[in-house]
Design a protein around this ligand. Structure first.
Ligand code: G4P
Length: 528
């Protein structure tokens, strides 16, 4: 393969995630996109990863199904000469950290908002992570076939709550029972709503001039409203500019109804034109460009095989530069040793297949016998580590105690592997040596207990622990840090890399520590 061909492969890739608050329509939209790509033939092929009941058995059942078909983690397909990789994210809020990590492996995101519900809690958190990483965001406002918030009000809400600057690239004509269609500002086309689930070219009318009398014929009295609203849009919102979007400074907005497959093609056609191809990524020593000849990549997800007969796990590598080749030795920079992958897999919709090569933007799955942790970097020999895959301070904490003294080895091994997968975070109290598990939500505690028992034959119980946050610390003066460790000894723990962590009991305790030690900087993510 010539260099020109390799660069072409990179340019034609779009790797992104669809994120939303549960129920806004992420699964439905994903499925429609796959239908357009011809990756699936019928609706219903994409399994929702939603947990309807808030119970662990429900979660395990879904995980078991997903374990069998890990392919849902990445959905790749071709559309108009573009290779699209959709990275799946968990639907449940207790697993939000998994979503944060997946966002480290994408180049852009589409957020889905329910027109009736507006901006919801989970959307705020996820977009917060996109902003932190300057990930370009496209907004898709869904369920226009239902009554919802006024279009301008909703855009105001998005700007205020998500801190995103927006500009509509399409505009709805009516809503709910009077929903007539969407005017595509990007291409100056009117798409008429036909609630039959299969939008066709015949439903689209090209309108070069808004004064075109065709508009009145097609929309009756709504035509005048549309003209007025579009004039308003032009006056209030900035012109779309692809550079601003790619810098994460301007988010285009589309409207539609995913379930009716309406407005989805517009979204997809615009997406492949404007969304960035694989971008450069930062490491601890330098920036890696996707076009570089040498292969680099990092692990952003580890999927355990829930089947107890097959203990191997799948590690997902996001390729950042060069070309990944089957069987070639790659350098694992943390372990300082080489690995060869004889059966790397790629994921095309719901099929998983062994591949010989893959390019930046692609995700390949490799078998892992416990050698990988999330965040590990692979190269062709260069010693470096990709940045941007931090742990966030957990929100809930419990002491974990072994309940079977004969199985302490199994417990230690199980805990280590679950933590490598990123299920939760383990801290060890420096004073008492007790293990502390930190999670985003309560469900994760149950999952850990269940999996320790079923996969590792170990048993544990939890004891309540009232903590507010885990903070990492930096200070130019080592003496001050030493003093802090002495004074706060009861609250000091070590993380998995044996770094100091201050476990603040309350916002008050944290504030007090900050006041007492103004030279220390407290961090709420593990990467600073
Ligand atoms: P999620 O992955 O973001 O959680 O959402 P999902 O796609 O599962 O959609 C949530 C619900 O919203 C589903 O209904 C789905 O059919 C519905 N939905 C999606 N898009 C639209 C739309 O454009 N208009 C309307 N009216 N509804 C839409 P459900 O009753 O929860 O599930 P189902 O039984 O229909 O599958």
């Amino acid at each position: 393969m010539t260099e020109k061909q390799r660069l072409k492969e990179i340019r034609r890739r779009r790797t992104f995630a669809i994120i939303s608050h549960p129920d806004a329509g992420k699964t439905t939209l994903t499925e429609k996109l796959l239908l357009f790509g011809g990756a699936i033939r019928e609706a219903g092929a994409v399994k929702s990863n939603k947990i309807n009941r808030n119970t662990m058995s429900d979660f395990m059942e879904i995980e078991r199904q997903r374990g069998i078909s890990v392919a849902t983690s990445v959905m790749g397909f071709e559309y108009n000469g573009i290779k699209i990789n959709i990275l799946d994210t968990p639907g449940h809020k207790d697993f939000a950290e998994d979503t944060y990590r997946t966002l480290s492996a994408v180049d852009s995101a589409i957020i889905v908002i329910d027109v009736a519900k507006g901006v919801e809690e989970q959307t705020e958190k996820l977009v917060g992570v996109c902003r932190m990483r300057n990930i370009p965001v496209i907004v898709f406002i869904n369920k226009l076939d239902r009554m919802g918030l006024d279009a301008v009000e909703l855009l105001d809400e998005i700007e205020a709550k998500l801190d995103l600057k927006v500009t509509p690239l399409s505009w709805p004509v009516g809503m709910g029972p009077s929903f007539k269609g969407v005017f595509n500002i990007f291409e100056q086309k009117l798409a008429l709503f036909n609630p039959h689930g299969q939008q066709s070219e015949d439903d689209t009318v090209v309108i070069r001039d808004l004064d075109d009398p065709q508009l009145n014929r097609l929309l009756d009295s709504s035509a005048e409203t549309l003209r007025e609203e579009l004039a308003l849009v032009r006056g209030v919102y900035p012109d779309f500019n692809v550079e601003d979007y790619r810098k994460g400074e301007l988010s285009p907005v589309f409207y539609g109804s995913a379930i009716n497959n309406f407005g989805v093609k517009e979204l997809l056609d615009c997406f492949i034109q404007i969304a960035p191809s694989p971008i450069a990524r930062e490491t601890d020593i330098r920036v890696v460009e996707p076009g570089e000849e040498a292969f680099t990549g990092f692990i952003f997800k580890i999927h355990a095989n829930i089947d107890p007969n097959h203990r191997t796990r799948i590690a997902f590598i996001r390729i950042c530069s060069g070309k990944f080749e089957r069987g070639k030795p790659y350098y694992h920079t943390r372990l300082d040793r080489e690995f060869r992958f004889s059966g790397p897999t790629s994921f095309m919709a719901n099929k998983k297949e062994v591949i010989d090569e893959a390019f930046p933007g692609d995700v390949v799955g490799v078998n892992d016998n416990g050698n990988f942790k999330i965040g590990d970097t692979l190269t062709e020999g260069e010693s470096m580590r990709f940045k941007g895959i931090p742990n966030f301070s957990p929100e809930q904490f419990r002491y974990l105690e072994n309940t079977d003294s004969m199985k302490h080895k199994q417990l230690a091994k199980g805990l280590e592997q679950l933590m490598d997968e990123g299920v939760a975070q383990l801290f060890v109290s420096q004073q008492s040596n007790r293990r502390i598990i930190g999670t985003v939500g309560a469900l994760q505690f149950d999952v850990i207990q269940y999996r320790l028992e079923h996969e590792y034959g170990a048993s544990c119980r939890y004891e309540p622990l009232n903590l507010y946050k885990a903070c990492w610390m930096t200070c130019p003066d080592e003496k001050i840090l030493k003093e802090f460790r002495l004074r706060k000894a009861r609250y000091m723990a070590l993380d998995k890399y044996k770094r100091d962590v201050f476990m603040a009991e309350s916002p008050w305790a944290l504030n007090r520590a900050m006041e007492e030690f103004p030279d220390i900087k407290f961090h709420f993510t593990s990467e600073f």
